[in-house]
Design a protein around this ligand. Sequence first.
Ligand code: AMP
Ligand code: MG
Length: 415
Amino acid sequence: MATQQRAPLKPLSDALAQLLAAATLIADTQTVATFDADGRVLAESVVSALQVPPQDNSSMDGYALRVQDVATSGVEMPVSQRIPAGSSGAALQPGTVARIFTGAPIPAGADAVVMQEECVVLAGAEGDSATVQVNASPKPGQWIRRAGEDVTQGAVVLSKGRRLGPAELGLAASIGRDTLAVVRRPRVALFSTGDELVMPGSVAPQDMAPGAIYNSNRFFLNSLLRRMGCEVTDYGIVPDRLEATVQALRGASAAHDVILTSGGVSVGEEDHIKPAVQSLGQLDLWQIAIKPGKPFAYGQVGAAHFIGLPGNPVSSFVTFLLLVRPFLLRLQGVADAAAAGVSMRADFDWPRADKRQEFLRVRRNAAGGLDLFANQSSGVLTSAVWGDGLVDNPSGQTIQKGESVRFVSFAELLA
Ligand code: AMP
Ligand code: MG
């Protein structure tokens, strides 16, 4: 044990590469309603059977006309037809205008739309019998949305491996797709380990025994897993005993793609995850050079992937975002699963360099910089609520106020 402890810790980038390489695509696919496909990953490339918009149409309420009929601004012309959205007009008679509304097809022969604010209705009620004065000098093509300007027929509008969000669902619907082929959701078994843990609701705060704490990891891990499109089986709390840990992991391995545990993966005598995994399968990765989050483990239990997260809540939270999130996305076929981050100005000093790559809880301020949460302890979950992202500080580096740092927002990591 002592010799393993001294082995150099694996850099985060190596650990991530190893995890992504091990994340073989889930082979099962399902057809789901586009309406219900938010967060799922496409198992097909979506090709458009039509062009969008289907025809040239007006982007204004106004009058469709021929530019050549408007020699000068102020010309008066009869309204020969009325084309609301959802109908289609006849070819435009020369020397007339067509009353037209936003989204309605441009009649054959017309080559511009003049908005109604630039026209005066002269004779009779507005309609077929009216005459309008066109107080504009239209340019060919104005206020016309061209057929196919959004999507051309035969275009791949969404590629296989694309994660579906609101915009993707709208685009799929715009080409008539009411169902989509997606990858089956990853099935994840979730375990919390620790004899000190108590489920909220089972013991009132005033009745908590000395040394007992509420199980917080279960709640954010369940939420994170669901956001990543997973189906979660919650196994609750596993006691700190090897036999119980082995039994729990073995039981979950058959019916799940992934077993995710928190706690019990350090080197203490009460940490049974590591020997349990080794007795049932294998451990391929253990301990990485990041702070918080060093006691991270990856391996196999039966046919299931095993991921062991640290027990400290912030370590658990951060390692999920940095490693488990891209792993789960890759299982579903997302090619580019890692968060990009942006360069931002640090409005704080970080004078102590660490050997490990650090992830600091920070918040964007109104001046366009980043403020640091005062307590960066791996047990202080308040930092993740106060903060809106992480500064990725390379190993061995200090930060001086005003320097540029890499910031990864929780918005990006939780999407
Ligand atoms: P461990 O990795 O099991 O040694 O746990 C490290 C620290 O995290 C200890 O202080 C534990 O009490 C705490 N911890 C472990 N699991 C949880 C959990 N599910 N919720 C809250 N804190 C936890
Ligand atoms: Mg523990």
